[in-house]
Write a new protein. Structure first.
Ligand SMILES: Nc1nc2c(ncn2[C@@H]2O[C@H](COP(=O)(O)OP(=O)(O)OP(=O)(O)O)[C@@H](O)[C@H]2O)c(=O)[nH]1
Ligand SMILES: [Zn+2]
Length: 299
């Protein structure tokens, strides 16, 4: 029996759709009964081994997952493409930083795409770059004017990506510009997610012509998931790490403590003041959230 490798891209009622990793062919496969007994079910993004007997493809084995994302539910996500704009709709840096907290919490690589640059002045773009380009790769784009589209492709090639970002920033427009004809239903699905009615089982991986996959559902739809203690927040601000080792206190959260390496770095301009202020705001929100849920648990 010959075993081939594929990636699960979508579910039908009792079959799965795979893409063969060698031939890139689309294959409809059945799940063997043993998986039900083992209580393992593959999900979109899973790398699997499958066999073909009498013209029927069957999943034989689910390969170990690198990670598992819940919103949308996908295995083996390599990165998030955080799409934002600054105008129309207005997006402030706090929203961007909240998305970045989610990205870091899930331990994902991230590329930031600043879209709608056709609406921005040079100094607005420069300010954005000054804050974020030391932290993450930043690509400047306009889906409308077809600027920066080629620059995104190398980041997407041969990887599994999710696109994240506020509604209206241009995620679908960008994907259409990157790969015209990509079967998209981003807007439709994100709306459902926001209303919380539908499960995320409808997620599908779409294949780029140049290699690589993208989820058709935006990531982190409900992004204010503060299911961590406030003192963990600093881990998700990547630029704090190298400075926090100079803090006098081991458990410094860089707010009221004396001799704080992070606050020093803010003062001498090594850490962006805007990012630090957003850290404080999010810290308070996480604290409030944790207090509330603790009270509920006691009731
Ligand atoms: N000026 C300008 N408008 C753009 C650009 N990219 C997208 N738009 C417009 O912005 C609006 C929203 O774009 P979408 O691609 O639907 O945004 P989205 O992020 O997919 O939104 P959701 O599906 O709600 O999550 C549309 O009217 C687009 O035509 C751009 O680069 N410049
Ligand atoms: Zn500190």
């Amino acid at each position: 029996m010959k075993i081939e490798k594929g990636i699960v891209t979508r579910f039908h009622s009792n079959t799965l759709e795979l893409i063969d990793l060698n031939t890139r062919e689309k294959i409809t496969a059945f799940l063997r009964g043993k998986f039900k007994l083992q209580k393992i079910t593959p999900i979109v993004g899973d790398y699997v081994e499958y066999s073909i007997e009498n013209g029927t493809a069957k999943i034989e084995n689910i390969l170990p997952r690198k990670n598992l994302l819940y919103r949308p539910k996908i295995a083996n996500v390599d990165q998030t493409v955080l799409v934002t704009c600054l105008k129309s709709p207005k997006v402030d840096y706090l929203i961007i930083d909240k998305f970045l907290v989610q990205v870091e919490k899930n331990n994902l690589d991230c590329v930031i795409v600043l879209n709608k640059v056709d609406l921005l002045e040079k100094d607005e773009i420069d300010e954005f770059l000054k804050i974020y380009s030391p932290l993450y790769p930043v690509v400047l784009t306009s889906a409308k004017k077809k600027i920066g589209i080629e620059e995104i492709k190398p980041y997407l090639k041969n990887k599994i990506s999710t696109f994240a970002g506020m509604s209206g920033v241009g995620k679908s427009s960008l994907l259409n510009a990157i790969n015209p004809g990509l079967k998209l239903r981003v807007g439709e699905i994100s709306e459902k997610l926001q209303r919380g009615k539908h499960t995320t089982t409808y997620t599908e991986l779409l294949k780029f012509d140049f290699g690589g996959f993208v989820a058709d559902t935006p990531g982190f739809a409900a992004f204010e998931v503060y299911d961590f203690e406030p003192d963990k927040l600093q881990n998700f601000f990547v630029e704090f790490h190298e400075h926090s080792m100079y803090c006098a206190f081991n458990d410094c959260v860089h707010i009221n403590e004396p001799h704080c390496g992070v606050k020093d770095a803010v003062e001498n301009g090594e850490i962006s003041e805007i990012r630090y202020k957003n850290y404080l705001k999010i810290y308070n929100e996480v604290s409030e959230y944790q207090k509330k849920t603790r009270r509920k648990r006691w009731k």
